[in-house]
Design a binder for this molecule. Sequence first.
Ligand code: SF4
Ligand code: SF4
Length: 437
Amino acid sequence: MISGQSHLKNLDYSVVQQCMHCGLCLPTCPTYDATKLERNSPRGRISLMRAIADDRIEATRAFGEEMYFCLGCLACMTACPAGVNYAELFEHARAEAEAVKVLDNPQRSVIRGFTLRWLFMDQRRLHLLGKLLQLYQRLGLQNVVRKSGILKLLPKRLRGLEAMTPTVRPEFSADLIAPVTPAAAEKKYRVAVLTGCAQDLIFSDVNHDTVEVLARIGCEVITPPEQSCCGSLHAHNGEWGLAQILARRNIDQFPPEQFDAIISNAAGCGSHLKHYAKLLKGDPVYEKRAHLWDSKIKDIHEWLAKIGIQTPPQENTKPQTVTYHEACHLCHGQKITAQPRTVLKSIPNLKLVELAESTWCCGSAGIYNIIQPEMAGELLDRKLDHIAVAGAHTVATGNPGCLLQIQNGARQRGLPLRIVHPITLLAEAYRGSERPK
Ligand code: SF4
Ligand code: SF4
């Protein structure tokens, strides 16, 4: 557990000093690729972190800004031959910037207080906001506001944010999924499904598809109607203490001893959920259970590939061409690259065409597209250019942030693309139809 003021000085020094400055990660880093500046590279950032840990420099505003210019995409970890744990360094570096308050201003404090410390700490608050947004959208007020031209009065940044507002689903996960779903075939496993926070409001249909697929292949599925955020948003934004509170809450709510697997279908959440033991290191009550928890967390593709996918009936499917965008926290964070392709290739009549630079970040990166819209926009353009060349009509990707980012980009460009989670395509193939909108 972190004690004292400096997160980087308290971090295990074997993590801090691991980088051997070889630079092999540089070509894989999207921010370095964009600027060609050493400070915007993994090697440059790690040097800054180490200098703070060694007490050679203070954490300054420039340091804080640099840590928030990093996408946290972890492409550098995949490339690194020395096994540098950039994920851990990155989380502690942002926590350092928050601890010394180098980025503080009143507006930022209010936004962080409202989102990280209030909204995402309690699902009921998130549901309330979701219901209000749902009403605003279903009554057509959003369209009226957009057509009225009133948005032109807003600063460019806020206009961009409004354009990214996701459509809230008519029903949340608990409205669609029973707390206990029996296995439709012979019961082989007992699993739990994490419905997420934003995912619960915007992609509750993906959660439903996940439960449906699991039940079909012999899992009894437990989906508690009340759940908590996984805490990845907090850990990635320097709120280490809040991330610990949420981790303890999740372990209590989903006792890992009771399940064969605890399933996540959101890459960003899954990547964080697998590291609760590090987050709760030194906790006398939770550390041991956190190790068991980490071993039980499975991404949905990973779990399906492990237990075996039943091929859906041929007659249920129509020919479709699909390309696959690899969410950073699935391919770099969890090293899951083959399993989603296995899921897609199990679907009859589905032609999978590979996407150039499929592992290059789309710019979503948690809330990066909100706090760094320009860089995120450049990455989105690059992704959409590759998608256009791939020539598929459907883009599959296993993370809600990527789904939204690519959906928004396709809409703005007027591209007639369908952007879906791979599990939705599998559920449709079992079911023999698309879900009604
Ligand atoms: S996490 Fe991504 S953006 Fe950050 S240093 Fe690594 S490769 Fe670059
Ligand atoms: S992070 Fe890894 S790849 Fe990058 S410079 Fe350091 S040792 Fe080399």
